[in-house]
Design a protein around this ligand. Structure first.
Ligand SMILES: [Zn+2]
Length: 253
């Protein structure tokens, strides 16, 4: 098993398993216990479980995993999530044997209690940032989501981005409409289409890749967002207005 493994679940979810130096793995957002239990049967030891947000496809496996392992479970303060050992929030650090400590960020937007976890190399961003896209605003505002994406964009370019859905090629259709001319993205898509055709995940992505290709991280480049300009009757607003217009367009795309 590689250091970072994306276990497929449901139609397009990934349950990330991140192995530390001690051999145990951190498991992120086990919406379905089945893939994790199978990995455990093949030798994976669960060092901890991290939860990003309360949606069923991210927490559904918690009861069965609690019964199957005695690792600590971490997640946000939210009455909709049962069975956590440790409630964590903005600025907390999670220290686990064999791992660089994870920093916890509160990143509301997709949901009001959404968290992200970062260890200096790998970002577990749940349903906040996707490759070539970003999460829907179910419980938050465009300003909250933009603030979260700005924090992610400030991370080192080689930060690995572990999104929890295989949405990349679907997002690509919108990215091409929003920003018609982006040769870096076009080259990335050729690579991703080959990976998907071979049955491999398009993920993890990297912050540098998303900054070069993801329109939601490129709202400071109005000269390239010609598709958005055409949709919005010109890009006259500030960057928050541009971001909100881009997200609203994606919602109806
Ligand atoms: Zn979600």
């Amino acid at each position: 098993m590689d250091t970072l493994t994306a276990l497929p679940a449901f139609d397009d979810n990934y349950i990330w398993c991140y192995r530390g130096d001690g051999g145990g793995s951190v498991v992120v957002d086990p919406g379905d216990a089945g893939p994790v239990l199978r990995a455990m049967a093949e030798g994976m030891r669960v060092a901890a479980v991290l939860i990003t947000h309360h949606h069923a496809d991210h927490i559904g496996g918690l009861p069965a995993l609690r019964a199957a392992c005695d690792a600590p479970f971490y997640g946000p303060h939210d009455e909709r999530i049962a069975g956590l050992d440790h409630i964590v929030g903005e600025g907390d650090r999670i220290t686990l044997p064999g791992f660089v400590p994870f920093t916890v960020w509160a990143v509301p937007g997709h949901t009001r209690s959404h968290l992200a976890y970062w260890d200096g190399r790998v970002l577990f961003c749940g349903d906040t940032l996707f490759s070539l896209g970003c999460g829907r605003l179910f419980e938050g505002t465009p300003a909250q989501m933009l603030a979260a994406l700005d924090r992610f964009a400030a991370l080192p370019d080689d930060t690995l981005v572990c999104c929890t859905h295989e949405y990349t090629l679907a997002n690509a259709r919108f990215a091409e409409a929003a920003e018609p001319d982006n040769p870096v993205r076009d080259a990335l898509l050729a690579d991703i289409r080959a990976r998907r055709a071979a049955g491999r995940p398009s993920l993890p992505s990297a912050i540098g890749i998303e900054k070069a290709c993801n329109p939601f991280l490129r709202i400071d480049r109005p000269e390239t967002l010609r598709g958005l300009a055409a949709q919005s009757g010109g890009l006259t607003g500030d960057r928050l207005a541009r971001f909100a217009a881009l997200r609203a367009w994606k919602d109806r795309f």
